[in-house]
Design a protein around this ligand. Structure first.
Ligand code: CTP
Ligand code: CA
Length: 217
């Protein structure tokens, strides 16, 4: 229904979107993760499809329903996501990296469920690959690379720094309220440093605003 109403800004574009929070397991049922709901990534997926895009969603675990008309690839860990994203990156016209990728993973995995018997237990961590940074390194000419940054301090400074460091075309800076654990507003920042505020609104409306700002010509 939406598709017949929205402007077709993404017609003939291959769009790759990631969403959700990755899980880093250290035994069969226990993992390290984060509180990302995946809602923003799913909203972007739905709106990008409605704007005419040929959309693939690489999704870490969420409680959300699969969007209509989309190829969905389910992944669990950051390493899985890295593999599935890099494999498809070359063919993509647009890549939107919305997933909350765990920065670290446990150094080892136990096939058996761990026992509490040890008085103290320590999980050692090692860094995960930075998927977006890699995408910035292998970026093709004319490919549009979009990242997200949820920050609780110096929101715009930190986001701008990531835009440059990861060689992005746009970054969506989100102000994370550590008390409500919610994002109330955000900003779209481009390479020239132009900033557009996204006021607080529902996720689908923000997704529309972001994609319209970037792809309307
Ligand atoms: N990202 C990624 N791979 C990672 C970590 C982050 O692709 N291993 C992507 C996220 O999907 C997001 C962007 O990089 O689009 C910024 O993520 P963020 O966590 O804000 O930045 P980091 O570089 O991890 O820095 P920090 O967590 O220290 O702020
Ligand atoms: Ca991070």
């Amino acid at each position: 229904v939406l598709k017949s109403i929205l402007p077709q800004y993404l017609k003939n574009k291959k769009v790759l979107i990631t969403a959700g929070g990755t899980r880093e397991y250290f035994d069969p049922i226990r993992y390290i993760s984060n509180a990302s709901s995946g809602q923003m990534g799913y909203a972007l997926t739905k709106i990008a499809y409605a704007m005419g895009g040929d959309v693939t969603l690489i999704s870490a675990p969420t409680n959300l329903k699969k969007p209509y008309g989309i190829t969905v690839v389910d992944v669990i860990s950051a390493e899985d996501m890295y593999r599935e994203v890099i494999k498809r990156a070359e063919k993509a016209d647009v890549i939107i990296m919305n997933a909350a990728v765990a920065d670290f993973r446990p150094e080892s995995f136990s096939r058996e469920k761990l026992k509490k018997s040890k008085e103290k237990s320590v999980v050692h961590l090692k860094p995960n690959p930075d998927i977006l940074k890699k995408l910035g390194e292998i970026k093709k000419k004319d490919q549009i690379l979009i990242g997200f940054a949820a920050e609780s301090t110096d929101v715009i400074e930190n986001a701008k720094d990531k835009l440059i460091r990861k060689n992005l075309d746009y970054i969506i800076a989100n102000e994370l309220d550590v008390f409500s654990k919610k994002i109330h507003r955000g900003w779209i920042i481009n390479r020239r440093g132009d900033i557009t505020e996204i006021p607080e609104m529902d996720k689908e409306s923000s997704a529309f605003l972001i994609l319209e700002k970037i792809f309307k010509r």
